[in-house]
Write a new protein. Structure first.
Length: 235
């Protein structure tokens, strides 16, 4: 070996037995890490099945009648309104464009639930009386999750300027509801471990622990490799 090549280090083309053993060890640990990360994600994707929230199931059963105002009774309109509020309650996750559609449809629905003598409340700038009447119309009570829905009403209702709902809102609504109320789930996401959904625990805690363990394994194995090849690090 020439003097110029003696101290050349190349991970991809190791020359010494020690360097080859080091490369092999690193590649094995890297493969274990890659399989643990990407293998799990691929498994999740393969097992995933679209699973609707209860609100979406309710929405699907009533929305054609409510939107077309055909044979929709008061209870259907109440259930429909609750499903809309459940999506608006996601707030940050909902885009502004989708919020506009949801708010306009909810306001139109609540408006159509009123007697003629009460509709004026929703055709002017809304106030506490309008919000209170909306809560009564939807059948919301001041307890449990209903209380949260009541608190959302001031941020969810708009002034009704047109008694006819725009066709574009009718067309867009089913897709919007599906986007926010249907989620991919499987046995790995439903299973709980140490109080957490398994997929969350795996990615948030297990993979960190695995990384530390792999670092420890490398340190222990490379120490034995150093001794085997009489490799002494310069200090």
């Amino acid at each position: 070996m020439t003097e110029d090549k003696r101290y050349e280090v190349n991970f991809f083309k190791p020359l010494s037995g020690h360097a080859k053993a080091n490369r092999k060890l690193i590649l094995i640990l890297a493969v274990i890490w890659a399989v643990a990360v990407f293998g799990f994600q691929i498994t999740i994707m393969i097992l995933n099945e679209p699973t609707p929230e209860k609100s979406y199931t309710v929405f699907e059963s009533v929305y054609p009648e409510v939107l077309n105002d055909s044979n929709a009774d008061l209870q259907m309109k109440k259930d429909f309104s609750r499903s809309l509020i459940s999506v608006l309650g996601k707030n940050i996750a909902v885009s502004d464009q989708h919020k506009e559609v949801l708010k306009n449809v909810l306001s139109w629905t609540v408006f159509n639930m009123q007697n003629d003598s009460m509709k004026y409340l929703f055709q002017k700038d809304l106030d506490s009386e309008a919000y209170e009447q909306a809560a009564i119309s939807i059948g919301l009570k001041s307890e449990g999750f209903d209380k949260i829905m009541i608190d959302l009403l001031p941020y969810s209702l708009l002034k009704v300027e047109n008694e006819t709902l725009k066709e574009e809102y009718k067309n867009e609504l089913p897709g919007i509801m599906k986007l926010y109320l249907v989620h991919n789930q499987n046995a790995l996401t439903d299973f709980k471990f140490l109080g957490f959904p398994f997929h969350y625990w795996y990615t948030a805690q297990f993979l960190l622990i695995l990384f530390v363990v792999l670092c420890l394994v490398y340190a222990l194995v490379i120490e034995k490799t150093n001794l085997k090849h009489d490799f002494v690090e310069e200090t």
